[in-house]
Write a protein that binds this ligand. Structure first.
Ligand SMILES: NC(=O)c1ccc[n+]([C@@H]2O[C@H](COP(=O)([O-])OP(=O)(O)OC[C@H]3O[C@@H](n4cnc5c(N)ncnc54)[C@H](OP(=O)(O)O)[C@@H]3O)[C@@H](O)[C@H]2O)c1
Length: 227
């Protein structure tokens, strides 16, 4: 009961608009195509924010998404959304976030990786900051939650076993909301603290990738929570 009251208290600390039903997914690539249909299956309306909303590729992505899916230009897509997912190249998060306009009160889910290039195993920005921190600074009145960055898009759809989704963000209520979405995907959310801890999560991707492209064993992150 105490936990329920604490959770409700956290919910009211975020404006109610943060818990409406539309999720804007910026991008139409692999992560967008994995998360869009998954979130739609939970009852959310999905609007893809694409630079080419009328292209055949974008129409196909909309088509594969259940429910009331649509696509529009990124800046338009976020207008009625309570949650925004930045499924975009990691080195562009600052300019893309700023280009979306006012994101105050919205939850921003950040699955991006700070890599030097495709399948590179070096962080592009070192450990003094992170993509999540950069996004939070670009949208100071939004609630950034790092999530979904340490697994492949295929396992977002078919986990195939226990996988932890590592969360970092300053708002407990936003993390609770993202945890709810993650759990409904049969993935295990685990809160790793405030947004500044996202830099360590982004580093964990390097370890994970290093093994995936070597002859060492592939693995998924599964953290066992203990009392
Ligand atoms: N692929 C994975 O398995 C995976 C897993 C975890 C995390 N991530 C991370 O998640 C993010 C998205 O990954 P992804 O694999 O979905 O990438 P992707 O397939 O390359 O898609 C990125 C999307 O970003 C949009 N975009 C907006 N501005 C862009 C620009 N200037 N240049 C290129 N694309 C732009 C594009 O959509 P429009 O063309 O419609 O605008 C594009 O479809 C990356 O940061 C990645 O590191 C990827």
């Amino acid at each position: 009961m105490k936990a329920v009251i604490a959770y409700l208290a956290l919910l009211v600390s975020i404006p109610s608009a943060a818990f409406a039903d539309t999720i804007a997914i910026i991008g139409t690539g692999q992560v967008a195509q994995a998360l869009g249909p998954e979130f739609a299956a939970q009852g959310y309306d999905i609007v893809y924010g694409s630079r080419s909303p009328d292209s055949q590729k974008t129409r196909d992505v909309v088509e594969m998404t259940p429910g009331n899916a649509s696509a529009m230009l990124p800046g338009d897509s976020v207008r009625d959304a309570s949650i925004v997912v930045l499924a975009v190249p990691g080195d562009l998060v600052e300019e893309i976030t700023r280009g979306l306009g006012d994101l105050s009160g919205k939850i921003i889910i950040d699955p991006t990786n700070a890599l030097t290039g495709d399948w590179e195993t070096e962080l592009s920005i070192g450990v003094s900051t992170s993509n999540a921190r950069i996004i939070q600074d670009a949208a100071p009145d939004a609630y950034v939650v790092k999530a979904f960055s340490t697994l492949n898009w295929r396992q977002m759809v078919e986990p195939g076993g226990e996988i932890s989704i590592l969360l970092a963000g300053d708002s407990d209520a936003a993390k609770a909301k993202v945890s709810q979405i993650v759990s409904a995907m049969d993935l295990n959310p685990i809160d790793l603290g405030d947004v500044d801890n996202a830099r360590w999560i982004e580093g964990m991707t390097i370890l994970w990738l290093n093994n995936r492209i070597s002859d060492r064993p592939n693995f998924e992150y599964h953290l066992r929570v203990v009392d």
